[in-house]
Design a protein around this ligand. Structure first.
Ligand SMILES: Cc1cc2nc3c(=O)[nH]c(=O)nc-3n(C[C@H](O)[C@H](O)[C@H](O)COP(=O)(O)O)c2cc1C
Length: 158
């Protein structure tokens, strides 16, 4: 799987053309915090960094669930997968398991489909790696920030 990082990206559904505003800021601060925690230099944030390789190693997890959706369901199916993944993450937590949702794997959908023998008529949405978390691993020493409620929920005007 590691060789896929040097090949062309083949996503089943296009991601954002670019991240803007608060979305770009959150993405950057989350990424920087992770790279700082694991000690990756800022100039080494490319597809060959050890941290990028972790994506296709599934972080050494013993299990991975590849989440797919029938192509015929389009974005409705992908939305349903989001609800499914949220519940899977909560369930893993309830069973004291570590779980890492991995949207980035969708950029290499063709390689994922081939490796995991997934039917051509399904979109590769994401993966969820599952196992026992290592609390001492540097990547687990930081937590992402949480927004204030009034920055994510809009009330009716008075
Ligand atoms: C659907 C989904 C896809 C994600 N995809 C990735 C990914 O491809 N790469 C990555 O580093 N983090 C990804 N994340 C974020 C991590 O799984 C994790 O949630 C993040 O590091 C924040 O962890 P925390 O909420 O415990 O602070 C994804 C999260 C979700 C919910």
């Amino acid at each position: 799987m590691a060789r896929v990082l040097s090949g062309p990206e083949t996503p089943d559904s296009p991601g954002p053309e670019r991240y803007e505003g608060v979305y770009a800021e959150r993405r950057r601060s989350c990424g920087m915090a992770l790279y700082d925690a694991v000690g990756v230099a800022r100039e080494d944030h490319d597809g060959h960094s050890p941290q990028m390789l972790e994506i296709v190693r599934f972080f050494g997890a013993p299990h991975v669930a590849v989440i797919t959706s029938p192509k015929t369901l389009g974005t409705d199916g992908v939305m349903d997968c989001g609800a499914y993944v949220a519940n899977l993450l909560n369930l893993a937590e309830a069973y004291d398991l570590g779980a890492i949702a991995q949207g980035a794997i969708g950029m290499y959908a063709d390689a994922v489909r081939e490796h995991f023998v997934i039917a051509e008529d399904r979109d590769v949405v994401c993966a969820v790696s599952l196992g026992h978390a290592d609390p001492d691993h540097p990547a687990n020493t930081f937590r992402t920030d949480r927004e204030e409620i009034d920055r994510v929920v809009q009330g009716l005007p008075a």
